[in-house]
Design a protein around this ligand. Structure first.
Ligand code: KMH
Ligand code: ZN
Length: 277
């Protein structure tokens, strides 16, 4: 019997802009509205990148806190997963500032990759250990973002050394320019490479968003969608909001008889309240 389906909505990202899609939120108010509508549509986790009002990505803890509290105020029980990936070029100290607000969840990026053009998204082994350690100490549940198979292998090595702990929850982020593609064979390879007891979600970039969502739904995984990953509801047609993308996943889930997990059920499936100690 499959778990209920956890839908994460990546509402803002660090790279996508209002020029790409006017629905991308920058201000606190816009973040709250996008998060709220996604929550009503069925998302139980919001993957959050903070922005300044002018759209500039920031990892500043005060700005995150303002957005975090405002979303929590409106969507009482929702889970907010902050990004420790930030934007390309940020230092690990800058990226981890947000952990000071003690979020319920955060991402843990598990390896370096090219990120299009001259960009490199840098996550050395020491970076991964540093972030994991800080999250163990603050009891922040991490989702391990893997952009290719080598990143999974890294997590397994660190697990053996006791440097990664607790229930393992992966996110396969596929289709980044420089990472692994999101074809069915890629998905199956990654799914079969993680430990049996682990849970996973998929985040398909661009055209991979919905085909990967469908594969994950069929195979007992979970799904992330949102404007961070994909700005189109259909080929060539911009999504009007994050919630429109969430609703499309809910429709696919119905086809396969997968019920949608609410935030409390999500906490149980991901064992969010378990301590690392
Ligand atoms: N913005 C990307 C460079 C994460 O949220 O942890 C990194 C990213 C991953 O989005
Ligand atoms: Zn992100």
């Amino acid at each position: 019997m499959m778990d209920k389906l956890i839908i994460t909505c990546a509402i803002s990202g660090a790279e996508v802009t209002k020029e790409n899609n006017p629905a991308v939120p920058y201000t606190v108010q816009e973040m709250v509205e996008e998060a709220y509508q996604a929550y009503l549509a069925g998302a139980s986790i919001i993957h959050l990148h903070a922005r300044e009002d002018n759209g500039k990505p920031t990892q500043n803890k005060d700005r995150y806190n303002e957005i975090y509290q405002a979303i929590k105020e409106k969507c009482k029980d929702i889970i907010i997963q902050v990004s420790t990936g930030g934007a390309v070029g940020m230092s690990r100290e800058e990226r981890s500032d947000v952990l000071e607000i003690k979020p319920e969840m955060a991402t843990l990026d598990c390896g370096t990759l090219n990120f299009g053009g001259d960009d490199i998204f840098l996550n050395t082994e020491n970076d991964i250990i540093y972030f994991a350690n800080r999250m163990h100490n603050l009891n922040v549940k991490y989702e391990m973002e893997c952009f290719e198979k080598g990143h999974i292998d890294t997590t397994l090595r660190l697990l053996k050394k006791g440097l990664i702990k607790g229930h393992l929850h992966y996110s396969f982020v596929l289709g980044v320019n420089g990472g692994m593609t999101g074809e069915e064979r890629d998905f199956l390879f990654l799914k079969d490479s993680i430990p049996f007891q682990a849970t996973f979600s998929v985040a398909g970039i661009g055209k991979y968003e919905f085909p990967l969502a469908e594969l994950a739904i069929k195979h007992g995984g979970h799904v992330r969608v949102g404007l961070e990953d994909n700005i189109y509801i259909e080929k060539g047609i911009l999504a009007e909001s994050n919630s429109e993308l969430v609703r499309k996943v809910v429709e696919i889930a119905k086809k396969y008889g997968r019920e949608i997990a609410n935030p409390e059920e999500t906490r149980q499936i991901l064992r969010i309240r378990e301590s690392y100690q």
